[in-house]
Design a protein around this ligand. Structure first.
Ligand code: NAG
Ligand code: NAG
Ligand code: NAG
Length: 189
């Protein structure tokens, strides 16, 4: 198991009091994914569907769990990207470099496959929303953009376009962001 220096850097980012949380929404008019939120479940990001979250019952009873009915939210978007999770150590987002699938680390684990990409994210702020982009570098230079690819169960999984055709039928989309006040979950499952 190889760990990455970038994960450690992201963990530092999460500890920052200045952290700005944001949600992500897919935009592709005339498609089934238009205005669907990006959600974290099963260690990967999907376009639409529901987040899978967890908060230990002892923290629940003490009122420490985020009390939101909100969607998955995120932190960063400048180089790296992380989930808006309270769990110590955070949960970082990474890209499977074999297919472009957008995944995230389990709580309490910094493990990512050694064939993963952690950088390339950028976020620009507009007047009423932000725009999140991803662009490859090194072996992936010249590749960019997001894809929602239909899985066998009919859900849409999120990929970045690394120049490898992901499985299933894919729809390109833009990703807009909306600021949020805090993490949406203790941890994502
Ligand atoms: C959570 O939010 C709901 C709706 O705003 C509110 O009714 C409830 O009392 C809140 N619970 C806690 C533990 O703050
Ligand atoms: C990734 O890990 C596998 C198994 O541990 C190893 O065989 C492979 O050489 C590694 N690849 C790189 C690029 O480090
Ligand atoms: C979102 O938050 C950032 C950082 O605090 C701020 O610069 C930006 O203007 C906010 N965006 C919107 C649309 O309010």
């Amino acid at each position: 198991m190889k760990t990455t220096v970038i994960t450690a850097a992201l963990t530092g980012l999460i500890a920052s009091a200045q952290a700005q949380y944001f949600s992500i929404t897919a935009v592709r008019s005339g498609s089934p994914i238009h205005l669907q939120n990006i959600e974290a479940a099963g260690e990967r990001l999907s376009v639409g569907g529901n987040a899978a979250t967890y908060c230990p019952s002892d923290l629940q009873s003490r009122g420490f769990c985020p009390n939101t009915t909100q969607d998955t939210n995120f932190l960063g978007g400048r180089g790296g990207l992380a989930l808006g999770a309270e769990v110590p150590g955070g949960q970082s987002v990474y890209i499977d470099a074999t297919c472009g699938a957008v995944m995230y680390t389990q709580a309490h684990s910094i493990f990512q496959p050694n064939t993963s990409i952690t950088g390339g994210w950028a976020r620009q702020e507009g007047e009423s929303f932000g725009l999140l982009t991803w662009e490859g570098s090194g072996a992936f230079a010249g590749h960019m953009g997001f894809l929602a690819c239909k899985a066998e169960d009919g859900s849409y999984e999120m990929y970045v376009d690394i120049g490898v055709a992901p499985p299933g039928d894919c729809i390109g989309f833009d990703a807009i962001t909306a600021n949020q006040t805090g993490p949406a979950a203790w941890q994502y499952m």
